[in-house]
Design a protein around this ligand. Structure first.
Ligand code: LMR
Length: 394
Protein backbone atom coordinates (compact mmCIF):
# COMPACT_ATOMS: atom_id res chain seq x y z
CA UNK A 1 0.00 0.00 0.00
CA UNK A 2 2.65 2.51 1.01
CA UNK A 3 4.37 2.26 -2.36
CA UNK A 4 1.56 4.45 -3.76
CA UNK A 5 2.71 7.40 -1.70
CA UNK A 6 4.65 10.15 -3.40
CA UNK A 7 7.26 12.23 -1.61
CA UNK A 8 5.88 15.50 -0.23
CA UNK A 9 7.75 18.80 -0.45
CA UNK A 10 9.71 19.53 2.71
CA UNK A 11 8.18 21.84 5.33
CA UNK A 12 9.03 25.43 4.33
CA UNK A 13 10.57 26.14 7.75
CA UNK A 14 11.75 22.83 9.22
CA UNK A 15 12.90 21.58 5.79
CA UNK A 16 15.18 24.58 5.41
CA UNK A 17 16.56 24.16 8.92
CA UNK A 18 17.40 20.55 8.03
CA UNK A 19 19.04 21.74 4.79
CA UNK A 20 21.12 24.20 6.80
CA UNK A 21 22.17 21.53 9.31
CA UNK A 22 23.31 19.33 6.41
CA UNK A 23 25.28 22.16 4.72
CA UNK A 24 29.04 21.53 5.24
CA UNK A 25 29.80 25.30 4.88
CA UNK A 26 31.50 26.25 8.15
CA UNK A 27 30.41 29.91 7.69
CA UNK A 28 26.71 29.12 7.36
CA UNK A 29 24.23 31.20 9.34
CA UNK A 30 20.82 29.80 10.25
CA UNK A 31 18.04 32.43 10.46
CA UNK A 32 15.24 29.97 9.67
CA UNK A 33 13.27 28.51 12.62
CA UNK A 34 12.00 30.82 15.36
CA UNK A 35 14.24 29.86 18.25
CA UNK A 36 15.82 32.39 20.62
CA UNK A 37 19.62 32.10 20.64
CA UNK A 38 21.88 33.84 23.14
CA UNK A 39 25.12 35.66 22.27
CA UNK A 40 26.94 32.28 22.13
CA UNK A 41 24.45 30.90 19.61
CA UNK A 42 22.78 28.60 22.17
CA UNK A 43 19.07 28.37 22.92
CA UNK A 44 19.33 28.68 26.71
CA UNK A 45 17.33 27.01 29.49
CA UNK A 46 15.84 29.73 31.72
CA UNK A 47 17.41 29.73 35.21
CA UNK A 48 13.97 29.40 36.78
CA UNK A 49 13.13 26.42 34.55
CA UNK A 50 16.43 24.74 35.46
CA UNK A 51 15.66 25.24 39.17
CA UNK A 52 12.07 23.99 38.76
CA UNK A 53 13.41 20.95 36.92
CA UNK A 54 15.76 20.10 39.79
CA UNK A 55 12.87 20.42 42.23
CA UNK A 56 10.65 18.28 40.03
CA UNK A 57 13.23 15.51 39.68
CA UNK A 58 13.65 15.47 43.47
CA UNK A 59 9.91 15.56 44.23
CA UNK A 60 8.31 13.51 41.49
CA UNK A 61 6.92 10.22 42.73
CA UNK A 62 4.87 9.08 39.74
CA UNK A 63 4.69 9.07 35.99
CA UNK A 64 0.98 8.22 35.91
CA UNK A 65 -1.13 9.98 33.28
CA UNK A 66 -2.10 13.59 33.82
CA UNK A 67 -5.84 14.25 33.66
CA UNK A 68 -6.93 14.75 30.02
CA UNK A 69 -7.45 18.48 30.64
CA UNK A 70 -3.92 18.77 32.05
CA UNK A 71 -2.21 19.87 35.26
CA UNK A 72 -4.41 22.11 37.44
CA UNK A 73 -1.62 24.44 38.61
CA UNK A 74 -0.41 24.96 35.05
CA UNK A 75 -3.91 25.62 33.73
CA UNK A 76 -4.71 28.15 36.46
CA UNK A 77 -1.35 29.89 35.95
CA UNK A 78 -1.84 30.12 32.19
CA UNK A 79 -5.37 31.53 32.51
CA UNK A 80 -4.04 34.28 34.69
CA UNK A 81 -0.87 34.91 32.62
CA UNK A 82 -2.91 35.34 29.44
CA UNK A 83 -6.08 37.05 30.66
CA UNK A 84 -4.96 38.65 33.94
CA UNK A 85 -6.67 38.07 37.28
CA UNK A 86 -9.39 40.65 36.75
CA UNK A 87 -10.76 39.02 33.58
CA UNK A 88 -10.31 35.52 35.00
CA UNK A 89 -12.44 36.38 38.05
CA UNK A 90 -13.52 33.10 39.69
CA UNK A 91 -12.42 31.30 36.49
CA UNK A 92 -15.78 29.62 35.93
CA UNK A 93 -16.29 31.11 32.46
CA UNK A 94 -12.89 30.04 31.16
CA UNK A 95 -12.13 26.58 29.91
CA UNK A 96 -8.50 25.51 29.61
CA UNK A 97 -7.07 22.39 27.99
CA UNK A 98 -3.34 21.73 28.31
CA UNK A 99 -1.95 20.74 24.93
CA UNK A 100 1.21 19.46 23.26
CA UNK A 101 2.61 22.89 22.30
CA UNK A 102 0.88 25.78 20.57
CA UNK A 103 0.15 23.51 17.57
CA UNK A 104 -1.81 21.20 19.85
CA UNK A 105 -3.72 24.20 21.18
CA UNK A 106 -4.60 25.30 17.65
CA UNK A 107 -5.73 21.78 16.85
CA UNK A 108 -7.96 21.49 19.95
CA UNK A 109 -9.37 24.97 19.29
CA UNK A 110 -10.07 23.98 15.67
CA UNK A 111 -11.82 20.76 16.74
CA UNK A 112 -14.05 22.69 19.14
CA UNK A 113 -14.77 25.36 16.50
CA UNK A 114 -15.63 22.70 13.92
CA UNK A 115 -18.06 21.11 16.43
CA UNK A 116 -19.66 24.49 17.25
CA UNK A 117 -19.86 25.76 13.67
CA UNK A 118 -19.08 23.09 11.05
CA UNK A 119 -19.55 25.57 8.20
CA UNK A 120 -17.30 28.21 9.72
CA UNK A 121 -14.84 29.99 7.50
CA UNK A 122 -11.59 30.88 9.22
CA UNK A 123 -10.12 34.23 8.14
CA UNK A 124 -6.34 34.13 8.07
CA UNK A 125 -3.89 37.00 7.63
CA UNK A 126 -1.95 37.23 4.39
CA UNK A 127 0.81 36.33 5.08
CA UNK A 128 0.67 33.98 8.04
CA UNK A 129 2.61 31.13 9.61
CA UNK A 130 2.59 28.43 6.90
CA UNK A 131 1.24 25.75 9.25
CA UNK A 132 -2.03 27.55 10.10
CA UNK A 133 -3.95 26.39 7.02
CA UNK A 134 -2.82 22.73 6.95
CA UNK A 135 -3.21 22.41 10.72
CA UNK A 136 -6.67 23.97 11.00
CA UNK A 137 -7.74 22.57 7.63
CA UNK A 138 -7.12 19.05 8.92
CA UNK A 139 -10.41 19.25 10.87
CA UNK A 140 -12.30 20.37 7.76
CA UNK A 141 -12.46 24.13 8.37
CA UNK A 142 -12.54 26.39 5.30
CA UNK A 143 -10.43 29.51 4.83
CA UNK A 144 -10.42 33.02 3.46
CA UNK A 145 -7.47 35.36 3.70
CA UNK A 146 -7.46 39.00 4.72
CA UNK A 147 -4.83 41.58 3.72
CA UNK A 148 -2.40 42.22 6.54
CA UNK A 149 1.13 43.23 5.57
CA UNK A 150 2.00 45.92 3.05
CA UNK A 151 5.50 45.19 1.67
CA UNK A 152 5.77 48.76 0.33
CA UNK A 153 5.27 50.49 3.68
CA UNK A 154 6.58 47.52 5.72
CA UNK A 155 3.60 47.84 8.05
CA UNK A 156 0.08 46.61 8.71
CA UNK A 157 -2.26 47.38 5.82
CA UNK A 158 -5.11 48.13 8.22
CA UNK A 159 -7.38 49.77 5.63
CA UNK A 160 -7.41 46.70 3.41
CA UNK A 161 -7.48 44.39 6.41
CA UNK A 162 -10.72 45.87 7.75
CA UNK A 163 -12.14 46.09 4.25
CA UNK A 164 -11.55 42.36 3.72
CA UNK A 165 -12.86 41.48 7.17
CA UNK A 166 -16.18 43.10 6.31
CA UNK A 167 -16.83 39.72 4.65
CA UNK A 168 -16.53 37.82 7.98
CA UNK A 169 -20.02 36.91 9.18
CA UNK A 170 -21.61 35.49 12.29
CA UNK A 171 -20.32 31.95 12.70
CA UNK A 172 -16.98 32.76 11.03
CA UNK A 173 -13.68 32.86 12.87
CA UNK A 174 -11.00 35.53 12.52
CA UNK A 175 -7.53 34.33 13.44
CA UNK A 176 -5.30 37.09 14.84
CA UNK A 177 -1.72 36.87 16.05
CA UNK A 178 -1.68 38.08 19.68
CA UNK A 179 1.68 39.83 19.27
CA UNK A 180 4.92 39.49 17.28
CA UNK A 181 3.14 38.63 14.03
CA UNK A 182 4.71 35.61 12.37
CA UNK A 183 6.18 36.13 9.72
CA UNK A 184 6.13 39.95 9.48
CA UNK A 185 6.77 41.28 13.00
CA UNK A 186 4.16 44.00 12.23
CA UNK A 187 1.60 44.23 15.03
CA UNK A 188 -1.77 45.93 15.44
CA UNK A 189 -1.94 48.99 17.69
CA UNK A 190 -4.35 48.94 20.63
CA UNK A 191 -6.64 51.33 18.71
CA UNK A 192 -6.69 48.85 15.84
CA UNK A 193 -7.57 45.99 18.22
CA UNK A 194 -10.46 48.16 19.43
CA UNK A 195 -11.65 48.60 15.83
CA UNK A 196 -11.55 44.82 15.35
CA UNK A 197 -13.65 44.53 18.53
CA UNK A 198 -16.18 46.98 16.99
CA UNK A 199 -16.34 44.83 13.85
CA UNK A 200 -16.71 41.59 15.81
CA UNK A 201 -19.56 43.12 17.82
CA UNK A 202 -21.30 44.43 14.71
CA UNK A 203 -20.76 41.37 12.48
CA UNK A 204 -20.84 38.60 15.10
CA UNK A 205 -17.65 36.77 14.13
CA UNK A 206 -15.56 34.92 16.72
CA UNK A 207 -11.89 35.71 17.28
CA UNK A 208 -9.19 33.07 17.74
CA UNK A 209 -5.84 34.45 18.90
CA UNK A 210 -2.60 32.58 18.26
CA UNK A 211 -0.37 33.62 21.16
CA UNK A 212 3.11 32.16 20.74
CA UNK A 213 5.26 35.09 21.86
CA UNK A 214 3.82 36.70 25.00
CA UNK A 215 6.65 38.65 26.66
CA UNK A 216 8.90 38.61 23.57
CA UNK A 217 7.55 41.74 21.85
CA UNK A 218 7.26 44.55 24.41
CA UNK A 219 6.54 42.88 27.77
CA UNK A 220 4.21 40.30 29.33
CA UNK A 221 1.35 42.76 29.84
CA UNK A 222 1.59 44.92 26.70
CA UNK A 223 1.78 41.85 24.48
CA UNK A 224 -1.67 40.68 25.57
CA UNK A 225 -3.36 44.09 25.90
CA UNK A 226 -5.12 43.62 22.54
CA UNK A 227 -6.51 40.20 23.30
CA UNK A 228 -7.61 41.26 26.78
CA UNK A 229 -9.43 44.20 25.23
CA UNK A 230 -11.28 41.76 22.94
CA UNK A 231 -12.10 39.35 25.77
CA UNK A 232 -13.47 42.17 27.93
CA UNK A 233 -15.52 43.70 25.13
CA UNK A 234 -16.80 40.56 23.39
CA UNK A 235 -17.23 38.17 26.30
CA UNK A 236 -16.05 35.37 24.00
CA UNK A 237 -12.51 34.70 22.82
CA UNK A 238 -10.42 31.65 22.02
CA UNK A 239 -6.66 31.66 22.57
CA UNK A 240 -4.05 29.10 21.54
CA UNK A 241 -1.04 29.86 23.75
CA UNK A 242 2.44 28.37 23.68
CA UNK A 243 5.23 28.22 26.28
CA UNK A 244 7.85 27.26 23.69
CA UNK A 245 9.39 30.69 23.37
CA UNK A 246 8.60 32.66 26.52
CA UNK A 247 9.55 29.79 28.86
CA UNK A 248 12.07 28.25 26.45
CA UNK A 249 10.19 24.94 26.57
CA UNK A 250 10.39 24.29 22.82
CA UNK A 251 11.04 20.57 22.98
CA UNK A 252 8.72 19.96 25.94
CA UNK A 253 5.65 20.78 23.81
CA UNK A 254 3.75 22.88 26.32
CA UNK A 255 0.69 24.84 25.28
CA UNK A 256 -2.88 25.54 26.25
CA UNK A 257 -6.19 26.09 24.46
CA UNK A 258 -8.17 28.74 26.36
CA UNK A 259 -11.86 29.39 25.76
CA UNK A 260 -13.13 32.61 27.31
CA UNK A 261 -16.90 32.11 27.32
CA UNK A 262 -20.03 34.00 28.20
CA UNK A 263 -21.39 31.78 30.97
CA UNK A 264 -20.62 28.67 33.01
CA UNK A 265 -22.95 26.46 30.99
CA UNK A 266 -21.15 27.35 27.76
CA UNK A 267 -17.84 26.75 29.54
CA UNK A 268 -18.95 23.26 30.64
CA UNK A 269 -20.05 22.30 27.11
CA UNK A 270 -16.87 23.73 25.58
CA UNK A 271 -14.78 21.84 28.13
CA UNK A 272 -16.46 18.55 27.22
CA UNK A 273 -15.73 19.13 23.52
CA UNK A 274 -12.12 20.06 24.30
CA UNK A 275 -11.71 16.86 26.34
CA UNK A 276 -13.30 14.78 23.59
CA UNK A 277 -10.96 16.28 21.02
CA UNK A 278 -7.91 15.68 23.21
CA UNK A 279 -8.94 12.04 23.71
CA UNK A 280 -9.37 11.52 19.96
CA UNK A 281 -6.07 13.13 19.01
CA UNK A 282 -3.54 12.27 21.76
CA UNK A 283 -5.51 11.18 24.89
CA UNK A 284 -3.47 12.93 27.60
CA UNK A 285 -0.98 15.78 27.32
CA UNK A 286 2.74 15.33 28.03
CA UNK A 287 3.49 16.30 31.64
CA UNK A 288 7.06 17.51 31.98
CA UNK A 289 6.89 20.98 30.40
CA UNK A 290 3.58 21.88 32.02
CA UNK A 291 4.80 20.78 35.46
CA UNK A 292 7.85 23.01 35.00
CA UNK A 293 5.81 25.95 33.69
CA UNK A 294 3.27 25.56 36.50
CA UNK A 295 6.04 25.69 39.13
CA UNK A 296 7.77 28.68 37.56
CA UNK A 297 4.57 30.66 37.18
CA UNK A 298 3.15 29.88 40.62
CA UNK A 299 6.26 30.11 42.83
CA UNK A 300 7.02 33.79 43.63
CA UNK A 301 10.84 33.45 43.56
CA UNK A 302 10.94 31.37 40.37
CA UNK A 303 8.39 33.69 38.79
CA UNK A 304 10.46 36.79 39.57
CA UNK A 305 13.61 35.15 38.16
CA UNK A 306 11.77 34.10 34.97
CA UNK A 307 10.19 37.53 34.45
CA UNK A 308 13.54 39.24 34.85
CA UNK A 309 15.32 36.87 32.44
CA UNK A 310 12.47 37.16 29.92
CA UNK A 311 12.63 40.94 29.99
CA UNK A 312 16.41 40.79 29.40
CA UNK A 313 15.81 38.53 26.39
CA UNK A 314 13.12 40.86 25.08
CA UNK A 315 15.43 43.88 25.51
CA UNK A 316 18.26 42.07 23.70
CA UNK A 317 15.98 41.26 20.75
CA UNK A 318 14.95 44.91 20.56
CA UNK A 319 18.63 45.90 20.59
CA UNK A 320 19.41 43.37 17.82
CA UNK A 321 16.61 44.93 15.76
CA UNK A 322 18.05 48.40 16.28
CA UNK A 323 21.55 47.29 15.29
CA UNK A 324 20.40 45.37 12.23
CA UNK A 325 18.22 48.19 10.97
CA UNK A 326 20.99 50.79 11.45
CA UNK A 327 23.71 48.65 9.88
CA UNK A 328 21.57 47.63 6.89
CA UNK A 329 20.42 51.21 6.28
CA UNK A 330 23.99 52.47 6.41
CA UNK A 331 25.47 49.73 4.23
CA UNK A 332 22.76 49.79 1.54
CA UNK A 333 21.58 53.41 1.61
CA UNK A 334 18.07 52.00 1.86
CA UNK A 335 15.60 52.49 4.69
CA UNK A 336 15.51 49.47 7.00
CA UNK A 337 14.11 51.39 9.98
CA UNK A 338 10.97 49.22 9.80
CA UNK A 339 13.00 46.39 11.40
CA UNK A 340 13.33 48.41 14.59
CA UNK A 341 9.59 49.19 14.63
CA UNK A 342 8.60 45.53 14.24
CA UNK A 343 8.28 43.17 17.19
CA UNK A 344 9.38 39.72 18.24
CA UNK A 345 11.48 37.21 16.40
CA UNK A 346 10.62 37.80 12.77
CA UNK A 347 10.91 40.40 10.02
CA UNK A 348 10.92 40.25 6.25
CA UNK A 349 14.05 41.71 4.69
CA UNK A 350 12.09 42.55 1.52
CA UNK A 351 14.24 40.34 -0.76
CA UNK A 352 12.95 38.35 -3.73
CA UNK A 353 12.78 34.55 -3.63
CA UNK A 354 15.77 34.43 -6.00
CA UNK A 355 17.78 36.73 -3.74
CA UNK A 356 16.94 34.67 -0.65
CA UNK A 357 17.86 31.43 -2.43
CA UNK A 358 21.04 32.99 -3.85
CA UNK A 359 22.18 33.99 -0.36
CA UNK A 360 21.61 30.44 0.79
CA UNK A 361 23.57 28.92 -2.08
CA UNK A 362 26.37 31.46 -2.39
CA UNK A 363 26.84 32.64 1.19
CA UNK A 364 25.38 29.91 3.42
CA UNK A 365 22.92 32.49 4.79
CA UNK A 366 19.65 30.68 5.45
CA UNK A 367 16.37 32.58 5.59
CA UNK A 368 12.91 31.55 4.36
CA UNK A 369 12.11 32.06 0.67
CA UNK A 370 9.90 34.95 1.73
CA UNK A 371 13.05 36.59 3.21
CA UNK A 372 11.67 36.13 6.74
CA UNK A 373 14.58 36.08 9.18
CA UNK A 374 14.74 35.02 12.81
CA UNK A 375 16.16 38.19 14.37
CA UNK A 376 16.69 36.24 17.60
CA UNK A 377 19.46 34.19 15.95
CA UNK A 378 21.65 37.24 15.31
CA UNK A 379 24.66 37.99 17.51
CA UNK A 380 27.88 39.99 17.46
CA UNK A 381 29.68 37.25 15.53
CA UNK A 382 27.23 36.96 12.65
CA UNK A 383 25.58 40.42 12.46
CA UNK A 384 28.13 42.05 10.11
CA UNK A 385 28.30 38.94 7.93
CA UNK A 386 24.51 39.02 7.53
CA UNK A 387 24.54 42.75 6.72
CA UNK A 388 27.34 42.35 4.19
CA UNK A 389 25.65 39.35 2.51
CA UNK A 390 22.25 41.10 2.27
CA UNK A 391 23.87 44.27 0.91
CA UNK A 392 25.63 42.19 -1.75
CA UNK A 393 22.31 41.27 -3.39
CA UNK A 394 20.68 44.71 -3.20
C1 LMR B 1 8.62 29.40 13.29
O1 LMR B 1 7.72 30.00 12.69
O2 LMR B 1 9.78 29.33 12.87
C2 LMR B 1 8.30 28.74 14.61
O3 LMR B 1 7.00 29.01 14.96
C3 LMR B 1 8.62 27.28 14.62
C4 LMR B 1 7.69 26.45 13.78
O4 LMR B 1 7.15 25.46 14.31
O5 LMR B 1 7.49 26.74 12.60
Amino acid sequence: MLEHLSVLSPDPILGLAAECRADPNSNKIDLTVGIYMNESGVCPVFHAVREAQQQLVADEITKAYLPAAGDAVYLQSMKSLVFGDELVGDGSKITAIQTPGGCGALRIASEVLAAAAPDATVWISNPTWPVHIPLMGSVGLKFETYSYYDPASHGVDFGNMTNDLKGAKKGDVVLLHGCCHNPSGADLTLEQWAQIADMAEAQGFTVLVDLAYQGMGTNLEADVAGLRLLAGRLGELIVAASCSKNLGLYRERTGVALFFGKDTQTAAATHSHGLGAARRVYSMPPAHGALLAGRVLSDPALRASWESELSEICARMIELRTQLSEKLSEKTNQDFSFISREKGMFSFLGLSVDQARGLRKDRGLYMLDSSRINVAALNEQNMDKVVEAVASVL
